[in-house]
Design a protein around this ligand. Structure first.
Ligand code: SF4
Length: 372
């Protein structure tokens, strides 16, 4: 799997802690640097690539020519699966007829559109660059032009949201006939505008009890409409899972290019620098800008299998974890597992451990209690 981090954004959304810059000044250098990084790291993935994912930032800030340059370098230096999934994260304001048509022509076959809300007041609160009308239009336009494989992102938990409004958002999302919906609880991350406003008492912090209610509405509504709740924050019509993200949750290796991108090869993890200028300085000299590399112990690997697997509807196969790492969670955590099962937060089927619906609401807490 290949991930390419595109750090450019039009403006800073109030809640965002991804790595991004709000100027396109170094876009040309960035494209060259990504191409250089592909060449430097092409041997890190010898097998066929099943997915290419442009994430960000806002990849739709790149021109069609920019994306084509990157993709053609990818095609030249990696082996690509016949049915490769090529996803581009896009914001509604960037999706014009010509742009979507061009994306299809250069091989992008999946869009992940950052809708977040269908309400103008909420969008302003989040400092998004689009309005509700544009959000809806961008999805319909992309479908009309021929992209069927679309995911939309939604956020719940803003102080402006009500149960009524959340139900309306979900109705709207379902009516758009997209096969995939990701819905995230708003989190107040340090160093964001939202954090500062909460700290100053201008707005209230996210109400976790309300968020739990929104989560229940979300899951119930989408499951009733035929979606599988296949990961805590992700819903898909049958077989319409994100291949790329499913690979992360199934602990598959991936190569991450671009500033702040992570890479993982099942026993080591590494991070590129989280600074565009530093990234460019190194890559334009044909040197890597890996800030940190961590060898994962068997214990860390076992914990990661558990953390990631528990998030999904497939659960975590503890016999596989034992075979790969030597760590037997059924033995090491028998008391905790039994307690969570009796509280209807976990279920065990054969060698697999799953979060129940109630367990998903406490996923972080349960995981913390189970890791070794
Ligand atoms: S949420 Fe997305 S569009 Fe907004 S600043 Fe963050 S990366 Fe950019």
């Amino acid at each position: 799997m290949l991930y390419i981090h595109v750090p450019f954004c039009q403006q800073a959304c109030s809640y965002c802690d991804f790595y991004f810059v709000t100027s396109l000044k170094y876009k040309t250098e960035y494209i060259q640097a990504i191409q250089n990084e592909i060449l430097l790291r092409k041997n890190e993935i010898p097998e066929n690539l099943p997915t290419v994912y442009f994430g960000g930032g806002t990849p739709s800030k790149l021109s069609l020519a920019d994306i084509e340059k990157i993709l053609s370098t990818v095609y030249t230096h990696f082996k690509i699966s016949n049915n490769v999934e090529i996803t581009l994260e896009a914001n509604p304001e960037d999706l014009t007829y010509e742009y979507v048509k061009g994306l299809i022509n250069i091989g992008v076959n999946r869009l992940s559109i950052g809708i977040q809300s269908f309400d103008d007041r909420e969008l302003q609160f989040m400092n998004r660059a689009h309005n509700a009308q544009k959000a809806e239009y961008s999805v319909k336009l992309s479908q009309d032009i021929g992209i069927e494989n679309i995911s939309i992102d939604l956020i719940y938990g803003s102080p402006l949201l009500t149960e009524f409004l959340w139900e309306k958002h979900l109705e709207k999302a379902i009516s758009l006939n997209v096969p995939h919906i990701s819905a995230y609880n708003l989190t107040v991350e340090p160093h964001t505008a939202l954090y500062n406003r909460v700290q100053k008492g201008i707005i209230a912090n996210v109400d976790e009890e309300k968020s739990a209610v929104y989560f229940n509405i979300l899951s119930e509504t989408l499951v009733q409409s035929g979606f599988e709740h296949y990961e805590i924050s992700n819903f898909a019509l049958p077989q319409k899972y994100s291949k790329h993200n499913t690979g992360y949750w199934k602990y598959l290796p991936y190569l991450g290019l671009g500033p702040s991108a992570h890479s993982f090869n099942t026993h080591t993890r590494s991070w590129n620098t989280r600074n565009l200028n530093t990234y460019l300085t190194y890559l334009l000299k044909n040197e890597l800008s890996i800030e940190e590399k961590e060898n994962l112990s068997l214990q860390q690997q076992a914990n990661e299998y558990l953390m990631l697997g528990l998030r999904t509807q497939w659960g975590v196969d503890l016999s596989t974890v034992k075979n790969k790492t030597g760590i037997d969670f059924f033995y090491a955590k028998s008391i905790e597992i039994e307690q969570f099962v009796s509280r209807n937060l976990l279920s065990v089927q054969k060698n697999n451990l799953y979060l129940t619906h109630n367990g998903k609401l406490l996923a972080d807490y349960i995981t913390q209690k189970l890791i070794v």
